[in-house]
Design a protein around this ligand. Structure first.
Ligand SMILES: NC(=O)c1ccc[n+]([C@@H]2O[C@H](COP(=O)([O-])OP(=O)(O)OC[C@H]3O[C@@H](n4cnc5c(N)ncnc54)[C@H](OP(=O)(O)O)[C@@H]3O)[C@@H](O)[C@H]2O)c1
Length: 267
């Protein structure tokens, strides 16, 4: 299968490199306006061009990962080469209805990945468009599986998901920074603190996931009466960590919806 990735920026390049590792993908053609800024792929199957039409024409399946502001131009360029092909949008803000209007002959899938795609660890939410069959959805899931895990959701959740797991790596980076600072405050050197915090984060996430454990169960299991952990949790609750996180995701959802409305109103 030949796959085109239109818009090889942060997400597009990450996805292209992950796809190139798959035995079922024979070639990945990624596009960007300025091809000189691309880092050399370690995977011989990846070609780079600024010719979106040619990439779309040659591809069996197309992913689009440009910014919403560039989408109209790019979708108009590739539209005639998308007949009967699965087109997976990795772009925030652009609805299935809009994608289907701009690519009337394509089978559109709208998704929201995250930047962990760089290491094949994205969690990608997706919603199939109206023309997508069960077989097409399975093909799309195979593609999403090349750069992480995936979950099918109703389209109405994709703006909130943009705010939760699309922007999520940035929130977690802030949390990690905060914990590293906390380590410094109690005398732990920065490099040791960073190693401790990142491994604590991945270890905890993997534990919850592998044991299918609820976070509250884990918290209770490690919190002894009048112990160290409850002293820390007390301060986290006093600082309204949960409220701050809820406010952050709510504000980011409102921002995602604003971008979507702006895109729609621009016609
Ligand atoms: N970054 C994230 O964490 C993330 C997460 C989830 C979803 N997304 C979505 O992914 C999309 C891209 O985001 P990004 O962060 O990867 O942006 P980015 O790094 O700015 O990448 C966008 C890419 O699109 C290329 N491009 C723009 N116009 C083009 C055209 N006419 N033909 C070919 N290529 C063109 C740009 O090429 P040049 O470099 O040559 O200008 C650039 O490489 C957005 O819609 C965003 O909502 C991003």
């Amino acid at each position: 299968m030949i796959v085109a990735v239109i818009g090889a920026g942060k997400i597009g390049e990450a996805v292209a490199n992950s796809l190139a590792k798959s035995g079922q993908v024979t070639k990945v053609i990624m596009t960007k306006r300025n091809v000189s800024t691309i880092s050399r792929s370690r995977w011989g199957k990846v070609a780079v061009t600024s010719d979106n039409r040619d990439a779309a024409k040659k591809a069996d399946l197309i992913l689009v990962a440009v910014k919403a502001g560039d989408a109209k131009h790019v979708l108009a360029e590739i539209s005639q080469f998308t007949a009967g092909k699965i087109v997976i949008s990795l772009m925030g803000a652009i609805t299935i209805e809009r994608l289907e209007r701009m690519l009337p002959k394509a089978k559109v899938v709208r998704t929201m990945p995250n930047i962990a795609a760089i290491i094949g660890e994205s969690i990608t939410a997706y919603s199939p468009g109206t023309k997508v069959t069960a077989e097409d959805a399975a093909k799309a899931e195979f593609i999403l599986g090349c750069f992480g895990d995936y979950v099918k959701v109703p389209e109405s959740l994709l703006n909130p998901i943009t705010a939760l797991s699309g922007s999520g790596p940035a929130y977690i980076a802030v949390v990690i920074e905060a914990m590293v600072s906390a380590g410094l405050k109690v005398g732990i050197p920065r490099d040791i603190s960073l190693k401790l915090v990142t491994k604590t984060l991945t270890g905890t996430a993997n534990l919850l996931s592998e044991k299918k454990m609820h976070p509250a169960e884990l918290r209770d299991a490690v919190t002894t009466p009048a112990g160290t952990t409850i002293a820390g949790i007390y301060e986290l609750e006093r600082g309204s960590l949960r409220t701050s996180m809820m406010n952050a995701v709510e504000a980011a959802t409102a921002a995602a919806e604003k971008v979507a409305k702006k895109f729609e109103s621009e016609g």
